[in-house]
Design a protein around this ligand. Sequence first.
Ligand code: KG4
Ligand code: ZN
Length: 359
Amino acid sequence: MRILGIESSCDETAASVVEDGETVLSSVVASQMSTHGKYGGVVPELASREHLRAIVPVVREALEQAGTKLEDLSAIAATVGPGLVGSLLVGLTYAKSLSFARGLPLIAVNHIEGHIHAVILESKRAGTPVEFPAAALVVSGGHTHLFEVREGFQYRLLGKTRDDAAGEAFDKVAKLLGFGYPGGPVIDRLAPHGDQSAVRFTFAKMKGNTLDFSFSGLKTAVLRWVEAHDMEAEIEARRALRRENPTPLPEQWLPATPQRTLDLLASFQHAVIVELLTRAGAAAESIQARSLIVSGGVACNSGLRAAAQSARLPYPVYFPSPGLSTDNAAMIAAAAFPKLVRKEFASLDTAAQANLTLA
Ligand code: KG4
Ligand code: ZN
């Protein structure tokens, strides 16, 4: 059974054909990075305009690459939320139109559930399926959530960020230092060249749910450190460089980045990793998890992957391959498969939901 998945919740227009919830026949992603890069973040109006431009060719290419015609499909799946409403609308409306025109069932998928299924999909494919109950850490530009995932894809929220998402913290710190958007890949590339114990960042104790996260204090601590270290000229030099080249490759920053900045970035990234893994570990323990899933854009982070592997946890830790960590449509088609089996279809008047929750 082949499902066409469509994802347009933020700044990536993506389409994919996935067979039986585990074989990715195609996964096409049109990134808007170059459009938003110069503004230091995603501009919602520009995002929906770019989705409009990209949606038809991206879906066509996904079908072509998969050698699949619309009549070969069993269903069309689209992200229904959470995300930017103007962006969600483009993918969802196109999916509805295809569904109506071709008489195919429509499946509405929660973007966060999609991120979790990116891992489940690959684990099945690799012959080492995720075992349940699993703890899932979904960590991206918009979310930092911990869930319990039970057999049959039942979700329970265990904790979430009370302010910024972890990816947002990466993006804000990078922007503050003049590196531009998105910040995660740049910091990931530079951090290994710094001393992670150079700057000591401490986290406030959480009152209430100890599985909740908070990143805004860390962001403020970085800001204070920058203010105290006379970095204006260095930051301005980076901004000038970005006016000439708005989307430099992460490694292009390395030769011109002073050691103290590399140390700051290494210490910041280390603090984020410790915060994420400590609470994910505690969450897994609290539900006696048989696996830990880490997914979302921040799951690309090489420091996070290395730390999770070397932590020698008593259960396997699953990360998606980098292409399935950031936003993509294969994860949407994969998450739709169990819903197709259960005939859990959406009606054509399903509305995009910017603040949709998973549990
Ligand atoms: O999942 P995603 O593509 O979109 C959302 O649903 O938000 O995640 C994007 C986020 C951005 O904040 C970006 O800076 C972060 O993921 N990111 C990373 C890395 N690659 C992307 N953060 C840390 N290290 C990375 N290598
Ligand atoms: Zn995402």
